[in-house]
Design a protein around this ligand. Sequence first.
Ligand code: CA
Length: 469
Amino acid sequence: MLQLTTPARNSLAWLLFGLLTLAGCSSPPQPAGDTIKVIAQPAAPPPNIVIIFTDDQGYGDLSCFGHPTIHTPHLDALAANGMKLTQCYVASPVCSPSRAALLTGCYPKRVGMHRHVIFPQYDYGLHTDEVTIADMLRDHGYATGIFGKWHLGHRPGLMPTDQGFDTFFGVPYSNDMAQIHRARNNNYPFRLPLMRDNEVIEWEPDQRQMTRMYTDEAVAFIEEHKDRPFFVYLPHSMPHIPLYASEDFEGTSPRGLYGDVIEEIDWSVGQVVAALEAYGLTGNTLVFFTSDNGPWLPFKLNGGSAGLLRGGKGTNWEGGQRVPAVVAMPGTIPAGSVCREVVTTMDLLPTIAALTGATLPDRVIDGHDITALLRGEPGASSPTEAFLYYSSNGDLAGIRHGPWKLLLESGELYHVDRDPGEQYNVANNHADRIAELRALAEQMDAEITEHARPVRVVEETLFDPRKPE
Ligand SMILES: [Ca+2]
């Protein structure tokens, strides 16, 4: 659970070299002997980080994860050049808690963000005392940008630029917290702003252009910062309902509008990868693609598919929290590899710290460094001994330990390696195991509860989300 140290690796050497280069010091004043050695043989800059995070995309909604009619050639190529993760979990089956976990490396409850999602009228958000991946990398000399949906608080002091990002372009909350897609003369009281940093630049933007706009902004950011380390966080608004695709994609997929939307996201992945290739950055950039939770099944054809997994968004079945994941970093991650070990999005922060030499937050986090798994080291196994499931309202709901998964309320027990679809409850044969798992879950949750850190409440507003009279 506790990750306290990581080697500084080559980052100090790179930073010294970079500083001297920036200062134009071709003949610097006589420095210490070690520094001369550094200048003669500068280390490679630390890797760029790109995290692409879709909204409500199911485990089965990529062709490389088995979808028969959605065509995702760019994601499939990313997997062919990198690694597919078949047991990747998010820490919540809904948006805001899942995002808090990804960015802090913590269970949502540890950072107070476990109580469902943030609505337009809410006054709280992720506390700025928390250290996000963006904070960590910016302190390490990275340019940091977010292009897409934030959803961790939108009052002054709770915005992306307060949480380690140099720049933000996108929406502060979900794309259905909007007037535009609802029936005419509806009573929904809130509207959706498109923002740049802390400014609203448009109310109720044309959502058909969203995926393209985020992509263009992300690619421009990569171009602007190609000569220094950067972190791009690209949390798409789609395929969260209401679904929208641009004119180039609408009506093109045999899967219907949902397929159009996924194929436009796939196009976006291709644009990002092409930009990295154009600037010679492919081998020194980690690209991680995943989804914030499972598919929104009650919307039927407009929701996605968790493939062979049971359930979807908002549930603690595997389909709610096990998400499709692809990661690439040629030369570091073996091409065409598959990791079947349990990993979580909480692992991203400590793993990125290890890869970049950035300093880990000075507090308890829940994620683990999975670089050994990503490098495909022989015998590498999951550092996650047990994984806790929390309901969409933040209540302890279950635990996975090895191949076993216990749902606490119903007492159902599944062997999710043999039975990933959770079809065969084997609780009757395992009374002792159930007692052990229940005790472990309660013990882990008690520790998190005891040491939970607060959210931040802000009275002032940046904008009025209410519909004008
Ligand atoms: Ca979501």
